[in-house]
Write a protein that binds this ligand. Structure first.
Ligand code: CP
Length: 286
């Protein structure tokens, strides 16, 4: 909640440049993205720049990583240059934790394998908090490729802690009963899971993390597990539609629903900058 409240203050600085202060001047931030990203990488860049940080990107594809340098050696090299904060996304679960044990710099997890994506969850919480005012007793249904989703895991852990009820829904090949260890309820009928929900969150099929064969075709998947206006109509009349994006239009969500007034996907993007501003501020001033 400390992060969410500070993020609400930070959000004003995105629109109103006169409110910006160079609070973090002379602090340096580097992004190390071993996986593709648009939202997370750019929003961390902007969050640093808006507060006066010196921001740089490793550019993994053109770095000495391509010559075989290890993850830890790369991080130690950057640490010795005096970097204050490293933001890392990696295909292996636990990579940011490993780096954190080996460097002096603050390390932020920007998504590690199928493990967690904590700053995404925090921006999701900020968006829910703005729209609903509290978390206690809220019914949040998350639909899609749950097994491979770090967003689903981070959302479940945080939302349960904040007092919300979380339901995971999707195809049996993409949602194991074992996901109940997160505290979420597991359901295999999407319509039943969406019925009465206050928040409906769609998730992308993580093709990059699976070998395929989990469903016959995208067309069949969207017909059985996709959310369109008819399915969404089963949710609470004040329900909001969320998605961490990128969205595969017409697969997990229908284009009409994405572009409708129930969708808060664009607000999630803006809140991503605000939340990351708050996180950088708290970390750099600690
Ligand atoms: N939601 C999310 O993490 O998006 P990117 O992959 O574009 O960073």
């Amino acid at each position: 909640m400390t992060i969410l409240h500070l993020a609400q203050e930070m959000k004003q600085k995105i629109d109103d440049k006169s409110l910006r202060q160079k609070d973090l001047e002379y602090k340096s931030l580097i992004t190390l993205f071993y996986e593709n990203s648009t939202r997370t990488k750019v929003s961390f860049n902007m969050a640093g720049l808006y507060q006066g940080m010196d921001v740089t990107d490793l550019g993994v594809a053109t770095s000495s990583v391509q010559k075989g340098e290890s993850l830890v050696d790369t991080a130690i090299t950057l640490d010795k240059m005096g970097i204050d904060c490293m933001v890392i996304r990696h295909e292996n679960s636990g990579a940011p934790g490993l780096i954190a044990k080996n460097v002096k710099a603050s390390v932020i997890n920007a998504g590690d394998g199928i493990n967690e994506h904590p700053t995404q969850a925090l921006l999701d919480f900020m968006t829910i908090y703005e729209k609903k005012g509290s978390f206690k007793g809220l019914n949040v249904t998350i639909v899609g490729d749950i097994n491979h989703s770090r967003v689903a895991r981070s959302n479940a852990f945080g939302l349960k802690k904040l007092g919300a009820n979380v339901t995971f829904a999707g195809a049996g090949t993409l949602l194991s009963r074992s996901m109940e260890v997160t505290g979420a309820k597991v359901m295999y009928n999407v319509a039943d899971a969406v019925r009465g929900a206050d928040v409906v969150m769609g998730l992308r099929i993580q093709m990059e993390r699976q070998n395929g064969g989990t469903f016959p075709s995208l067309r069949e998947y969207s017909q059985i597990y996709g959310i369109d206006t008819d399915v969404f109509a089963l949710a609470d009349s004040e329900a909001i539609l969320m998605h961490p994006a990128p969205v595969n239009r017409g697969v997990e969500l229908s284009p009409e629903l994405i572009d409708s007034s129930v969708s808060v996907i664009d607000e999630q993007v803006t809140n991503g900058v605000a939340v990351r501003m708050a996180i950088l501020s708290l970390l750099m001033k600690k």
